[in-house]
Design a protein around this ligand. Structure first.
Ligand code: HEM
Ligand code: HEM
Length: 179
């Protein structure tokens, strides 16, 4: 028998360049949109960049390949529940090469809430409707809801990295990960 500590499993290629570049570009765009209030134009341009990245990522979820496809990381609720329960008890569930069952819905929630944030931002900015002030309030509320889920995302990434002994953040740069 191979000793797994001396012979760690070979790394496998998981994240294509689009996933990696879009992820870190989205982090930068969203961070600028949150942090910059003035000049307003910078907020709006960062928001547009986030909008383009979100749209491209959603398309890639259908058209892309392998672990990037939505179909590859949406699991039945029962699997999600057990995975999260075990993770919170610092116990390993089955090992997943791509996104985990818990991560799948967190990713969909982030993409959904950020898409709604940019759409209400664009509509309020353009003052499309008479009630644009209401849209503005929605825009802000959705942005903070997204921020809450982003907090869960980062905590989940760190917890899974710890419990499963995988450096997930490094993998999001290199594309390679231990299964
Ligand atoms: C993920 C992207 C975005 C995030 C996280 C975000 C977040 C926020 C937040 C938290 C506020 C309220 C705080 C403040 O007044 O600065 C705000 C205001 C605003 N955002 Fe965004 N935003 C995003 C994208 C956009 C986009 C794409 C547009 C327009 C094209 C936009 C237009 C505006 C406008 C016009 C306001 C000011 C409303 C007012 O006058 O009070 N935002 N945004
Ligand atoms: C604005 C903040 C963030 C947003 C909106 C965000 C969004 C996302 C999205 C949409 C994915 C899915 C990637 C894909 O399949 O295309 C993802 C994955 C990932 N993110 Fe983030 N992220 C944010 C911040 C961060 C930060 C700060 C870290 C580092 C601690 C991080 C680490 C990761 C990792 C490691 C994955 C892959 C998870 C896995 O292996 O299953 N993210 N993120």
């Amino acid at each position: 028998m191979l000793d797994p500590r001396r012979n760690p499993p070979q790394e496998v290629y998981v994240w294509d360049p689009f996933v990696r570049i879009a992820h870190w570009a989205l982090v930068i765009a969203v961070a600028i949109a949150y942090l910059v209030e003035a000049p307003r134009a910078l907020h709006v341009y960062a928001g547009y960049a986030a909008a383009a990245l979100i749209a491209a990522r959603i398309a890639w979820g259908f058209l892309g390949t392998g672990h990037a496809r939505f179909a590859a990381f949406v699991y039945p609720p029962r699997t999600v529940f057990r995975y999260v329960r075990d993770l919170l008890h610092l116990r390993q569930h089955e090992r997943y090469t791509g996104h985990s069952p818990g991560g799948g819905y967190v990713i969909l929630s982030m993409l959904g809430l950020l898409a709604a944030t940019v759409l209400t931002g664009i509509a309020a900015h353009g003052r499309w409707l008479d009630g644009w002030e209401t849209l503005d309030a929605w825009h802000e509320g959705l942005a903070y809801a997204a921020l809450g889920v982003i907090g869960v995302h980062i905590a989940g990434v760190l917890l899974r990295s710890f419990v499963y002994g995988q450096n997930l953040v490094r993998a999001q740069f290199t594309g390679y990960k231990r299964p």
